[in-house]
Each structure stands twice: as structure tokens, then as C-alpha cells.
Design a protein around this ligand. Structure first.
Ligand code: 5AD
Ligand code: SF4
Length: 469
């Protein structure tokens, strides 16, 4: 058994990893033929993409997908630690699994992803759910086949490594979309914002080799993919741990020259955003004018306590530069309310920055204490009622700008990548604009995966309506 340990997670030797190829041990191929799985994914795009790898591994083991968890032979939870409510959802599901297991003792249950990296979680699983088959961490989900098989004879397997393992290349992938694909470029995060558990659960920063990234994108293009999203907790730090003179700007430029129609990337940290990156985004039409730039707070006092390394002023300067250089830029953000010591005047500064940036989209959260992070130790925590009230005011403000920005698009023509067809109405489709806005529209002779011109006829807060031109 390997249990997680946050102290160890903090102290990784940065360059001490290698790249290895994924290989399924042939004795496990089709081992579970005829059995079914239900995989539930919580959290961010990184987890969604890990689940695409996990599903492909399960299929190599012979499992088939089952939509109803009550009927599945294996229930696997790919979990998220970012806030307490993500924890609660996963625990709720484990509770339901417990009842099912009483009815069907042969049921297999596993947990992977970020929660597995937390010692408190692993201890509570050992105590409350000892009948489970396996708990496997974010650094070694490639070991699911042998852990699952071993659990059938030896019971619960806990294999969680706090130190990063080797990067695994050529992992099989069962992609959710035929047109849009996620591509990892960097794993982990070195920023250690004081509220955030990610550097502990996902480990320190490790960039994939540029050749591996470019090869993956070339083969996606051959398969007909129209859009790639480059993924990382902090994509702007790409390359810092690997190369002297090759960073995210250079990578973006190399990807753009492969000529895939659409390139997106998440998430950007303002501190690592260089002028060169801004210029590259502005230079290439196939790099989408849509940037997710978490601000977290508008108050310099709170930003300092959060360890964000920028000020309200430097953030606004970056936004100005981006808006000047990138026409039609859509800006989105993440904001936390109720960080310890946040007072009304700090919160007003957050509202001010929203007014200044007029975001096209924003994910807003109440601060949630994460066990083992520095902010947990700050005494002046903000009461829940205050957090709730601030969140409500903030949501009203951000929603106002979503609608304002969308209204300005009525009468304009946007390029939309067609992703799906309405089940209710004939000739009705949906897709996303270059600025990542959901567009519902009507038109004839439209193929999924096509990029079409749509004239916008109506604006809503979270979507646009239109007609194919
Ligand atoms: N409480 C609330 N929100 C958090 N986030 C990260 N950690 C916490 C926390 N402890 C938010 C940040 C981050 C997003 C992914 O989740 O806004 O950008
Ligand atoms: Fe967490 Fe900060 Fe890293 Fe984002 S940049 S993952 S908020 S530590």
C-alpha cells in the first residue's frame, strides 16, 4: 500500500522524471470481457481528459460502457478536490455504491483522481469503505489494470504516489468528440496559490516534450479533428522545466503552423503571460480569440494573501494589452469570494475589476478551506452568510456583462463549429463560436464538424441564437 503525503508532494526534485510509453500487459487484454463499467468524472478538463484515457484502458480490458450505474459491474469515480462540494458529491456516490454492494457483492468499485491524493480521504476510505477494490492516484492511473485484477483476490488496493512518476506517452484515448480534442501540454503546477490544493494533488510542474505534443496534434489532424485545446493548470509556464529557450509562445506558434482550424488553451496564469505570447495569439487566425485569465480577486491585499504574484494594476495592464492586440477578444475568468480576511472594501475592488474587464464568462466560487494548504491556517475566515451574499452580488454583476456582450453581437456573423443537432426541432443545430460562445441556430444541409457562418438574431445571458447565412 502507498498512501499519499502532502509534505512529500511539496518537495519534488523537478527534473527527476522520464517519459515512458503505455503498454497494456497482454495477459489483461479482454480479461473482463462481457463486463460493464460506469465512469463518473468530477471537476476540470484535466480530469475529463484523464477519463478519456481511463475509458480507453477499460475498453482494452474488455469492459463495455453502461449508462446506468446501478447495472454496471465496475463503478469508477474520477474525483476532484478543488472545493468541499466536489468531495461531498463523490462521498455521496460512494454511499450509493455501498448499498449496491450489499445487494450485489460481486460489484467492483474504484476511486481515482485528485481525492485519492489526499491522506484524509484515503484514511476515511480505509475506515468507511474498506470493501472497495482500489484507490489510485493522479500519477499512476495507468496501473488500474493490475490493481483491479489484484483486488479480486487480495481486496482493497491503495496505490497513491505523492511524488510525480514518469510521464506516460501513447496512452490510449477514447475521445468524447470527433471534432474537438484535448491535448495535455503540461502537468501539475508550481504556483502554490495559498488556497489551492492542485500542486499537492497534481504534483509539480512537468512539461511534455514538444515533439510528443506536435506528433499528437498531427495525428489528430489526420483523423479529421478541427479543434485542439492545449491543457495545463498553468499553460503559460510550459517549457520552463524542460527548455532554456522554448516556451508557451514558441509552442503555440508551432501548433498554429500545423494549420488545424482552431486552437484553444486553458488555463493561463497572468504572471507567466509574456508579450511574445500575446503577439503570437494576435498573429495567427487559427489561435482563437478567447482567453481564460483567472483574476481570483480585485484587491491587492487579498491577491497578496493568495500568493498570486500580480496586482490589480498589472492584471489590468495585461488585459488592456490583450484587448488592444487581439480584435474581438472574449475574456473569461475565475473569481473567489470570501477568502480569509476579505472585507467589504476588498470585495468592492473585485466588483470594480469585473466592471473594468467586462468578462464574457466567469466562474465564481465561495472560498472553500482545503486541508493542508497555507490559507487554512489564516484565523480570520469569512462567515458563510457573508460569502453567500457576496457571491450573489457578484453573479448579478457578471451576468449583466455576459448579456451586454452578447447583445452587441446581434446582427453580426460568427463562425461556428457545428457540434450537434437538436433532438426537438428539425434543421436546428448548436456549436461554438471562435470566442467560445454557445450558438443555437437553424439552417439546411449542415454537417456536424463543419465550420459555418451564422448570423446572430438574439442574445441570451449564456447563449446566442442565429441563422446560418
Ligand atoms: N476555494 C474556492 N475556489 C477555489 N479555486 C481553487 N481553489 C479554491 C478554493 N479553495 C478556484 C479558483 C481556480 C478554480 C479552478 O477554482 O478560482 O481558478
Ligand atoms: Fe491552483 Fe494557483 Fe496552480 Fe491555478 S495557478 S492550479 S489556482 S496553485
Amino acid at each position: 500500500m502507498h498512501k499519499p503525503d502532502f509534505k512529500e508532494a511539496r518537495t519534488m526534485d523537478k527534473r527527476n522524471y522520464e517519459t515512458k510509453k503505455f503498454e497494456l500487459d497482454e495477459k489483461y487484454r479482454n480479461y473482463f470481457k462481457g463486463k460493464t463499467y460506469f465512469l463518473k468524472t468530477y471537476g476540470c478538463q484535466m480530469n475529463e481528459h484523464d477519463s478519456e484515457n481511463i475509458e480507453a484502458i477499460l475498453k482494452e480490458l474488455g469492459f463495455m460502457q453502461e449508462e446506468d450505474y446501478k447495472k454496471a459491474d465496475l463503478i469508477l469515480l474520477n474525483t476532484c478536490s478543488i472545493r468541499e462540494n466536489a468531495h461531498n458529491k463523490a462521498y455521496g456516490m460512494l454511499g450509493r455504491c455501498k448499498h449496491l454492494k450489499e445487494e450485489r457483492p460481486e460489484l467492483m468499485v474504484g476511486l481515482c483522481g485528485c481525492m485519492a491524493q489526499e491522506e484524509v480521504v484515503v484514511n476515511s476510505i480505509l475506515e468507511k469503505f474498506p470493501w472497495m477494490n482500489f484507490v489510485v492516484g493522479t500519477h499512476n492511473f495507468n496501473e488500474i489494470p493490475n490493481l483491479l485484477v489484484k483486488s479480486l483476490s487480495d481486496g482493497l488496493q491503495v496505490e497513491v504516489y505523492s511524488r510525480e512518476r514518469d510521464l506516460i506517452e501513447e496512452m490510449p484515448t477514447e475521445r468524447q468528440s470527433k471534432f474537438k480534442a484535448y491535448v495535455n501540454i503540461i502537468y501539475g503546477c508550481d504556483k502554490f496559490c495559498t488556497y489551492c490544493i492542485v500542486p499537492y494533488t497534481r504534483g509539480r510542474q512537468r512539461s511534455r516534450k514538444k515533439e510528443d505534443i506536435l506528433e499528437e496534434i498531427k495525428s489528430l489532424i489526420k483523423e479529421g479533428y478541427k479543434e485542439v485545446t492545449l491543457l495545463g493548470q498553468n499553460v503559460n509556464a510550459y517549457g520552463k522545466d524542460l527548455y532554456e529557450d522554448y516556451s508557451f509562445g514558441e509552442l503555440l506558434e508551432d501548433v498554429a503552423q500545423l494549420k488545424i482550424p482552431r486552437i484553444r488553451f486553458v488555463t493561463s496564469h497572468p504572471w507567466d503571460f509574456t508579450d511574445h505570447m500575446v503577439d503570437v495569439i494576435a498573429k495567427y487566425d487559427n489561435i482563437m480569440p478567447s482567453i481564460h485569465l483567472p483574476v481570483q480577486s480585485g484587491s491587492n491585499k487579498i491577491l497578496k494573501l493568495m500568493g498570486r504574484r500580480y496586482t490589480q494594476e498589472s492584471y489590468l495592464e495585461l488585459v488592456k494589452k490583450l484587448k488592444e492586440k487581439i480584435p474581438n477578444l472574449a475574456l473569461s475568468t475565475d473569481i473567489i469570494v470570501g477568502f480569509p480576511k476579505e472585507e467589504e472594501e476588498d470585495f468592492i475592488k473585485t466588483m470594480d475589476i469585473v466592471d473594468a474587464c467586462k468578462y464574457d464568462n466567469a466562474f465564481t466560487f465561495m472560498y472553500s478551506i482545503r486541508h493542508g494548504t497555507p490559507a487554512e491556517k489564516i484565523k480570520e475566515q469569512v462567515p458563510d452568510e457573508v460569502k453567500e451574499e457576496r457571491l450573489q452580488r457578484l453573479n448579478e454583476r457578471v451576468n449583466f456583462y455576459f448579456l451586454e456582450n452578447n447583445k452587441a453581437l446581434v446582427g453580426k456573423t460568427l463562425k461556428v463549429l457545428v457540434e450537434g443537432k437538436s433532438l426537438k426541432q428539425d434543421n436546428a443545430y448548436y456549436g461554438y463560436s471562435e470566442t467560445n460562445k454557445l450558438v443555437n441556430f437553424t439552417g439546411e444541409n449542415i454537417q456536424l464538424g463543419e465550420i459555418v457562418d451564422v448570423e446572430i438574431t438574439e442574445a441570451k445571458t449564456w447563449s446566442l441564437d442565429g441563422q446560418r447565412k
